[in-house]
Structure formats: C-alpha cells, structure tokens
Design a binder for this molecule. Structure first.
Ligand SMILES: [Zn+2]
Length: 83
C-alpha cells in the first residue's frame, strides 16, 4: 500500500487523534514530503474545524432575539401610530 493511500484511509482517524503514535508519525512524515497529501490533509482539517467551531445553538438564539426585536418594534410602532 502506498503512503498516499494509507493517509487517505487513516485521515479521519488521524484528525480525530484516534491513531497509534507510530502510524501517526509515519503519516506526518509523509505529509511533510508529499504536497498532494498535504493539501488533502490541510483542507480536510480546516473543514472539520469550521464545522466544530460552529455552535449549533448560536443561530436559533440569534434568530429568536431578532424575532423578539421585530415583534417589539412592530408593537411599538403600532402603539405610537394609534390615534
Ligand atoms: Zn502522498
């Protein structure tokens, strides 16, 4: 098995730190030497970081606040315009 294929097979384990130290070292050495694997490794790592950095509760909370604001504004406008 070529090191490139080995890296692709182990990439998710590698990024999850679920890999034996010897194999990890071997793959790290390969990434340092192989531009193709470096790009694959780097872009996959960044994609995972974006997903993990995203708090799934942040959006609904913001949305909730915006809705409350919109409702309050509508209420204030309607009371202000009342004759
Ligand atoms: Zn490679």
């Amino acid at each position: 098995m070529s090191n490139c294929r080995k890296l692709l097979n182990e990439l998710s384990n590698f990024l999850d730190n679920e890999i034996e130290p010897g194999l990890r070292e071997e793959l790290e050495k390969h990434i340092a030497k192989c531009p193709h694997c470096y790009v694959v490794f780097d872009s996959t790592k960044k994609t995972i970081q974006i997903f993990r950095g995203c708090d799934p509760y942040e959006l609904p909370e913001t949305l909730h606040r915006k809705l409350q604001e919109a409702v309050r504004k509508q209420y204030e406008d309607s009371t202000r315009n009342r004759p």
